[in-house]
Design a protein around this ligand. Structure first.
Ligand code: GN1
Ligand code: MG
Length: 357
C-alpha cells in the first residue's frame, strides 16, 4: 500500500516524516502523519467493501463539515478536510484505493468513559452535532449505506446469511439465533415507527460510539465528532442508543466474558443529561423512545456481528476467528440487562427530561 504518495496528494504543510497506524475503527484504516514542519494530520483509506461510492461519501462529509464550521466559534469543534492540488477532498491512487485527510487537532478519543463526566461530554458533542445540523438541507445528502439502521432489514440479512452458511458456522450459534429471533418484534419497533412517520427524520450521525468523539487533552471537554461516513437522514433515538450501547456498557464491545457486560445506569443518566441539554427541540415521543433506542441499537449490532460471523468476517475487522461471535454475545448480554433495567431507564429519562424543562 502506497502511503507516501497518498499523503502527499493532499496539500499538507511540510513533508511527511512520520506515519503510524491510529485509532480503533472497525471499517476504515487510519494513520497519523507528522510533517517536518511539525504539522499533524489524519490520513484514512476508505473501505470500499463497506462504502461503494467514496466520491459521494466525501461530498457528504465535506458539505457537513463546511456547514458546521460556519456555525462554531472554535475551529476544533468541526473537522477540517484537506484538499488535493486538484481541489478534491479525496485522492484515488493507482490501485483504485480512495484516501482522505483531515487536520489532527490534538485531542484524544476514549474507548470507554473514565467518568460520567467524560460520557456527558460526548453526549454534548453528539447533541450539539444534531442541533447544529437541524437546518442542514437533508435532501442533499447521499445515503452512503442505504437502510443502515433498518433493523428489520438487518434481520433479513441475518436470515440470508443463515441460509448461505458460507463458513459452516451456523450449527455453532443455535442459542444466539434463538435469542435474536425471540426478540425480533421489539428490536424492529423503531423501524415501524419510522415507517409510520411517528418519529421525525433528522440529519443524524448514525455511528455515535464514544471513540468517534474528540476530547480536549487539557480540559477533557468534547471537541468535534469524527467519522462522518454515515451522516444521513435518520432517527435521533438511534444516535442516542448507539452511544449508550457502547459507552454505558460495563465492558468492552468484544469482552469475551459476557457475564461482565451490563448497562451502567449512572453512565446512562450522564449521557441522557448531556444529550437532552444539547439536542434541543426533540419531540416528546423521541424522548420517550430513548431507552428503546438503546435497546434497538444493541440488538441491531448483535444481529450485524452474528451475520458477519456467519458470512466469514467480511465487514467488521477481526483479530481472531471468533471475534464477531464474541462481539455478538456481549451485545446480547447487554440487551438482556437492559430488559432487566427497563423501568429504571424510563424513569431516568423522564426525570432528566423533567429537569431540562
Ligand atoms: C463500525 O467505523 P466504526 O468502527 O466507528 C460500524 C458501526 C458499528 C460499529 C460497531 C460504517 O463503526 O455501525 O456500530 O462498527 N460502522 C459502519 O463497533 O458500519
Ligand atoms: Mg469510528
Amino acid at each position: 500500500m502506497q502511503l507516501q504518495p497518498a499523503a502527499h496528494a493532499f496539500l499538507m504543510d511540510g513533508q511527511m516524516v512520520q506515519c503510524e497506524e491510529f485509532g480503533h475503527g472497525h471499517i476504515n484504516t487510519t494513520y497519523k502523519i507528522t510533517t517536518d514542519t511539525g504539522c499533524e494530520y489524519v490520513l484514512q483509506r476508505i473501505n470500499q467493501y463497506v462504502f461503494h461510492d467514496p466520491v459521494r461519501l466525501m461530498a457528504n462529509a465535506s458539505a457537513v463539515t463546511d456547514f458546521l464550521r460556519q456555525r462554531v466559534t472554535d475551529p476544533r469543534l468541526a473537522l477540517h478536510f484537506l484538499p488535493t492540488a486538484d481541489g478534491l477532498f479525496y485522492y484515488r491512487d493507482p490501485q483504485g484505493e480512495y484516501w482522505r485527510m483531515y487536520d489532527f487537532v490534538g485531542g484524544f478519543c476514549l474507548d470507554a468513559p473514565e467518568s460520567p463526566e467524560d460520557f456527558y461530554q460526548s453526549a454534548l458533542a453528539f447533541g450539539r452535532f444534531q442541533h447544529l445540523l437541524s437546518d442542514f438541507p437533508a435532501d442533499t445528502l447521499f445515503e452512503t449505506i442505504p437502510e443502515f439502521h433498518n433493523t428489520a432489514n438487518r434481520y433479513a440479512q441475518l436470515r440470508q446469511a443463515m441460509e448461505r452458511d458460507a463458513m459452516g458456522r451456523l450449527s455453532m450459534v443455535g442459542q444466539e439465533i434463538a435469542f435474536l429471533m425471540a426478540r425480533e418484534e421489539a428490536a424492529t419497533a423503531l423501524q415501524r415507527m419510522k415507517e409510520e412517520r411517528k418519529l421525525p427524520l433528522r440529519v443524524t450521525h448514525n455511528d455515535t460510539k464514544l471513540n468517534n468523539v474528540l476530547l480536549d487533552r487539557i480540559t477533557r471537554k468534547s471537541l468535534c465528532v469524527l467519522d462522518l461516513d454515515t451522516v444521513m437522514p435518520g432517527l435521533s433515538v438511534h444516535d442516542f442508543g448507539d452511544a449508550i450501547r457502547f459507552g454505558a456498557a460495563t465492558a468492552a464491545e468484544d469482552e469475551p466474558d459476557a457475564s461482565k457486560m451490563k448497562l451502567d445506569l449512572e453512565m446512562f443518566r450522564a449521557y441522557t443529561r448531556g444529550y437532552l441539554e444539547a439536542a434541543q427541540g426533540l419531540e416528546p415521543l423521541e424522548i420517550e423512545m430513548l431507552p428503546m433506542g438503546a435497546y434497538v441499537m444493541t440488538m441491531e449490532v448483535a444481529v450485524r456481528f452474528l451475520t458477519d460471523y456467519l458470512d466469514g468476517d467480511r465487514y467488521f475487522r477481526v483479530s481472531y476467528p471468533t471475534h464477531n461471535l464474541i462481539r455478538a454475545r456481549s451485545q446480547m448480554a447487554l440487551a438482556k440487562d437492559m430488559e432487566a433495567k427497563w423501568n429504571e431507564m424510563a424513569r431516568i429519562v423522564s426525570a432528566v427530561a423533567g429537569e431540562a424543562r
